[in-house]
Design a protein around this ligand. Structure first.
Ligand code: RIB
Ligand code: CA
Length: 314
């Protein structure tokens, strides 16, 4: 096997974040250099705690978890306890972590890591609001040319929004951060609701996790039992969209996805459309093509991959 691909995961766990982190930790293709927590689904004190709980569930107390931004750059924090529960990881009962939280701030970890590693070698996977990443870019603009690529779950265009009619949660929470990241000139793959809404946690898929003889499988099933109910009620579907693991799966098997290099711009002025990701899908403007926007996924193959990998965890 070739040398593992170094990645950093920026996240706001969140049950779907948790499954994404488990997928990454179950995949020898990756070397997870660190996990940086950001305020989003729930406040920062819970997202960093949840990140450590998930690492210990995977038997990876060696992973370095860092705490980052406690609120968005400009706007007040908006959280999503109605989706994720008051802990942000409702569903399974996971013990409080023994592993320590790193003392270095997540933004400093991001800057130091990208400045000290060879340029173009580390992929940044973002699963939440982009506050940490934007702050790192403002703190040290030189990292923009050193980040290999960003693969981000966020946005929505043909599928509209999920927190307002026009905005997806990760972008809505910190639209100013998203604009900074989208305009930084970093190779960017955006995995929006247009893709993740095709990846539904149907009953048969959840049962595959529940039937696993390890601890991680049933824990994932319990997470999904809780997490999916909000979207099942909203969309009237069998299961809810499993957003964040699509980021990790895209790195593992990009052939499961299709997308197009286009311009994506973020609304930061209008309260009506705040956080909207305006995708120039048909190239009608001269705005720079700054992102590969992913629009489809082979959902069955995605879940087969996910189930295969989660089964390998403790
Ligand atoms: O809109 C879905 C995104 O917002 C996911 O990343 C979910 O975890 C929340 O952060
Ligand atoms: Ca998330």
């Amino acid at each position: 096997m070739s040398k593992p691909h170094p990645i950093i995961i920026d996240t706001d766990p969140g049950q779907d974040d948790a499954v994404a982190i488990l997928l990454a930790l179950a995949s020898p293709e990756f070397e997870v250099l660190g996990i940086t927590a950001v305020a989003g689904n729930v406040p920062l004190a819970l997202t960093e705690l949840n990140a450590r709980k998930i690492c210990e569930l995977a038997g990876r107390s060696d992973i370095k978890v860092y705490s980052g931004a406690i609120r968005p750059m400009v706007r007040s924090l908006v959280t999503a306890e109605e989706v994720h529960g008051k802990t942000g990881l409702d569903g399974p009962v996971l013990p409080d972590p023994v592993m320590p939280l790193q003392t270095q701030h997540a933004v400093d970890f991001l800057v130091d890591t990208f400045m000290s590693h060879p340029a173009g070698t580390i992929t940044l996977c973002t699963l939440g609001p982009l506050t940490n990443v934007a702050l790192a870019l403002v703190r040290e603009p030189r990292i923009a040319s050193r980040i290999k690529q960003i693969v981000a779950m966020g946005g929505g265009y043909f599928e509209q929004g999920n927190v307002t009619p026009s905005a997806e949660f990760n972008i809505y929470v910190d639209p100013h951060a998203a604009r900074i990241v989208f305009e930084a000139g970093i190779p960017l793959t955006l995995i929006p609701l247009d893709c993740t809404h095709q990846a539904l946690t149907t009953a048969s898929r959840v049962e595959a996790f529940r039937a696993m003889p390890n601890a991680s499988g049933p824990a994932v099933a319990a997470m999904l039992d809780f997490f999916e109910r909000f979207d099942e009620n909203k969309y009237g579907t069998d299961g809810g969209p499993l957003h964040d693991p699509c980021v990790i799966a895209w790195l593992l098997k990009p052939s499961l996805f299709t997308g197009r290099l286009v311009n994506v711009s973020v609304e930061c002025e209008s309260e009506l459309t705040m956080g909207a990701t305006v995708v120039d899908w048909w190239g009608v403007t001269k705005r720079p093509r700054n992102a590969t926007v992913v629009r489809s996924i082979d959902a069955e193959a995605f879940f087969n991959l996910l189930i295969d990998r989660i089964a390998k965890l403790p």
